[in-house]
Write a protein that binds this ligand. Structure first.
Ligand code: HEM
Ligand code: HEM
Length: 151
């Protein structure tokens, strides 16, 4: 991303959209977790093999963890310096993070973002597999009004 975005005002706009949309993802993920805690949760379709249930729970956990950790590392990373993300930084001259933490958080941000992409790809493939091969209605129960088994 940093290499592809051209220098100039468009670069700043791109970074600002990136930060804004990323922060939105984090907020939505937190709202979803609150919703999940307060409501009945989806249950595995009857007869799901144990390894599949474990894989699904692991992948869903990774989706929740990365949709929180990627934006968080992004927000924390430039606290020390850098011209971007003014809106999210109270004081542009503040150096509130240890300098050694900056590159570390930057690397974590990039690595976790790639992990998020990988898990999302596997997740979408699994949803299609449920729909087209297993035909167990798991994808359909994402529709509003569907009344799946819940626990
Ligand atoms: C789900 C949300 C997000 C995703 C998937 C994401 C993903 C990425 C990716 C793939 C890169 C490119 C890494 C590289 O090529 O070096 C990047 C860079 C960056 N992101 Fe995010 N990001 C998210 C949220 C945020 C947020 C909320 C902020 C800050 C408020 C942020 C700040 C940055 C910055 C400053 C960079 C460039 C500098 C660096 O990586 O050290 N990101 N992000
Ligand atoms: C084409 C895109 C997608 C499709 C078709 C899809 C489909 C599904 C389906 C069918 C379920 C199971 C729902 C149930 O058990 O009743 C699910 C759950 C879930 N999806 Fe997706 N999904 C997509 C994209 C994403 C993305 C991009 C994320 C996050 C980055 C995500 C995060 C989750 C999480 C965290 C769960 C678990 C919900 C819970 O049990 O709390 N999904 N998805």
């Amino acid at each position: 991303m940093e290499d592809l975005l051209p220098r100039g005002p468009a670069r700043q706009a791109g970074l600002d959209w990136h930060a804004g949309l990323g922060a939105l993802v984090m907020g939505l993920s937190m709202l979803r977790l609150l919703w999940r805690a307060a409501n009945l949760r989806p249950v595995d379709p009857p007869g799901t093999p144990a390894w599949q249930a474990r894989a699904a729970h692991l992948a869903h956990g990774a989706l929740y963890a990365t949709t929180l950790a990627v934006p968080l590392t992004g927000i924390l990373e430039p606290l020390g310096a850098g011209p971007s993300l003014r809106a999210l930084r109270p004081d542009p001259h503040a150096r509130s993070l240890h300098p050694a933490l900056r590159p570390l958080l930057g690397e974590a941000h990039e690595l976790l973002a790639h992990l998020l992409l990988l898990v999302v790809a596997a997740h979408v493939a699994a949803a299609l597999w449920h729909h087209l091969v297993l035909r167990d209605g798991v994808l359909r129960r994402m529709l509003p009004g569907e009344k799946p088994g819940r626990g």
